[in-house]
Design a binder for this molecule. Structure first.
Ligand code: MLT
Length: 404
């Protein structure tokens, strides 16, 4: 008799953004006359830039002729894309990463959920609190997180690193020693970040205790300050302890196109076993490679035209971020983020819980955001707004909030 995977039954509620979407649907059905502005999930709204569109069209044309048609992609990614990544995202920044240490895939959400598979069952994970929910939920599904405490909203076998206003939303080194540390900078959801010397402390710590850092750099394109690292490999010693995740969703608008990559340096080893080999084996078994057409679009991200056009797109969203932050400040909100990241993190007014504020904002301003408590217990009394809307709708949303 079959038995469902009981680890899934331990997950409290549904996935955060599914709950937000359900609440939006219910509200829209009950109030069909209201125009809801969505500043909740970090989904882009601007069209793909012309250099990427051209690459897509050209690649589609190649598929129309037997001479240039492509079948299965190499499971680790086409050389042309891996070389472009190695050259532009690493060599140009003085980071020592080879093309064959880069694994191309179809999205950083799935990469961040899947990466835990190459670690042993009793791996102790440490996460920031608040945190992108996928890191914890994927470990719950793998049966690695112990029991859930409804009161504290925490798992018994997870190390939580609170990111609060008092520590500038930057985690402190944990007291208990983890095996796997998830870090995301610039941070989702708080929009905060850390300097290169702060990140170096994490790398030194991981090397000292023999831990691996999963470094999610999905938002690096939004960095505007000079001392903020774009890659963990800017730090000395990262090649022996850090795996880096990259998304094309936020820097190039690929949320609906799907493309990502994972970097695993060959120097991360335990008893002679390279994590690189395990991930390659996993990819070979479970994945047939991101589509050729999409990888050609990814290559265009690194062309001269692509770079210039995407710089403008990032600036467009960061103009939204500035509008949100300034507007909220004028309205008396305590908020942060929005300088090196497309997220604004605000304290809810009048001590409202995050979900109370969610309902209040949806009902009174018809603006949809994301409750901070959905990212972890330290996110309670906080709320996240994204800068990925159109400029016009962002302005309207903030003006509605200011008028409350
Ligand atoms: C978010 O809103 O946190 C992100 O868009 C979710 C994601 O990238 O999967």
């Amino acid at each position: 008799m079959f038995q469902p995977n009981e680890n899934y039954l331990k997950l409290p509620g549904s996935y955060l953004f599914s709950t937000v979407a359900r609440k939006q649907r219910e509200y829209a059905e009950a109030h069909p006359d209201k125009k809801i502005i969505k500043l909740s999930i970090g989904d882009v709204t601007q069209p793909l830039c012309p250099a990427i569109i051209k690459a897509l069209h050209d690649a589609v044309d190649e598929m129309a002729s037997a001479d240039t048609f492509k079948g299965y992609a190499p499971d680790l990614g086409y050389e042309f894309l891996r070389n472009a990544i190695a050259e532009n995202d690493y060599k140009a920044r003085g980071c020592d990463i080879a093309a064959d240490e880069i694994f191309v895939a179809d999205g950083a959400k799935s990469d961040s959920a899947n990466i835990q598979e190459i670690f042993t069952q009793n791996t102790k994970i440490a996460v920031c609190d608040p945190v992108y929910p996928v890191y914890v939920d994927s470990n719950v599904m793998a049966g690695r997180t112990g029991t859930y405490d409804k009161e504290t909203e925490t798992w018994s076998d997870v190390i939580y690193m609170p990111c609060l206003k008092e520590n500038n939303f930057a985690p402190e080194l944990p007291k208990e020693t983890p095996d796997l540390i998830y870090l995301c900078f610039p941070n989702n959801p708080t929009g905060s970040t850390i300097t290169k010397s702060q990140l170096q402390e994490w790398v030194d710590y991981a090397n000292k205790v023999g831990a691996v850092i999963i470094y999610d750099a999905a938002y690096e394109a939004y960095i505007s300050e000079a001392d903020v690292p774009h890659s963990i490999y800017e730090c000395e010693g990262a090649r022996t302890c850090a795996i880096e995740l990259h998304s094309f969703s936020k820097n190039a608008g690929f949320t609906g196109v799907r493309l990502s990559y994972v970097v695993i340096p060959k120097e991360i080893k335990r008893d002679g076993v390279m994590l690189h080999s395990l991930w390659a084996r996993r990819h070979g078994t479970k994945y047939n490679g991101a589509p050729y057409i999409i990888q050609k679009a990814g290559e265009a991200v690194y062309s001269a035209e692509g770079k210039a056009q995407l710089k403008e797109q990032v600036a467009y969203y960061m103009k939204n971020a500035a509008y949100i932050k300034n507007g909220l400040k004028e309205a008396g909100y305590d908020c942060s983020g929005g300088v090196n990241a497309p997220y604004i993190w605000l304290r809810t007014p009048n001590n409202m819980t995050s979900w109370e504020f969610f309902d209040y904002l949806l009902d009174k301003a018809n603006v949809l955001g994301t409750p901070g408590s959905g990212f972890g217990p330290s996110g309670e009394h906080y709320f996240r707004l994204t800068a990925f809307g159109s400029y016009e709708s962002t302005v309207e949303a903030i003006n509605r909030i200011k008028a409350l």
